[in-house]
Design a protein around this ligand. Sequence first.
Ligand code: G1P
Length: 297
Amino acid sequence: MARRVRKAVLPVAGLGTRIQPAAKVTQKNLLNVFDRPMLAHVVAEGRAAGIEHFVIVLGRGHGAIEDYFDHAFELEAGLETKGKTEVLEAVRADLLEPGQMSFVRQMAPLGLGHAVWCAREIIGDEPFAVMLPDMLMDATPGGLSQAVAAHEATGGANVVVVEPAPPGEAHKYGIVALGETFAGFDGRLKAMTGMVEKPPPGTEPSNLFISGRYVLGPGVFEALSAHATGAGGEIQLTDAMLKRLASEPYFALEYDGVTYDCGDPIGLLRANVAFALRSPTAANQARAAVEAVLGRA
Ligand code: G1P
């Protein structure tokens, strides 16, 4: 029986190189996607998957992220006085209960693997999720819910969400090598036989890239504690998972949904349009606005 996945690590300490200068003073993950910061969409996806504790791995100067999930007394009092109930509810919807969020400082940008390792004491000895907040997933059920379902179906195995890389772009990502298909999941859940971070073009073992949701056993921390560097001179989560693959099962789930890479301006634009068009209250207005812009283009 799989243990319940209660905690998620959200690494946000990256420099946001591909989206500068937009992320110079506003932390990248606080950039807006339709009606709230991209990070708030990802936390909502985590809550829907049963996550009760979010460990956010911050870099220097990222305090605004802590403030976003806290009360804003002046704003809330002002909205209350003016009777702006709907706005007040929207503002409060993203708040978590006290104690449901921890903030950990990654003191140097040494890589994704290092960021996850920074959360080890708070995760402890239980399975946990990793969510990369700039990879926004539009899916029902959510991307992490699908991964947790696969984790449970496999009796508690490690699960990594994957999807086909755009042609010619596989070398920019972590790429998986696959073996046998697991029964159910419409053939979309397969045992992993290998993985490689940013393979040189032409050497990719498949076109399926790791797209930003993971359910991992705590054993990965042991592999990460070696602090071995890999692609780009960084401590890579993919390398640590590969090490564990020798002794633990790993599955790749080709999830059912659409991913927007909000770490670059066009991905962020696409996410904004997509999330506006699926909004129950604003879809018609959003469609009219997009069509008006296109009509002038
Ligand atoms: C990270 C991971 C990579 C994954 C990618 C998804 O890379 O290391 O395996 O495919 O996120 O966005 P990064 O984007 O930090 O280079």
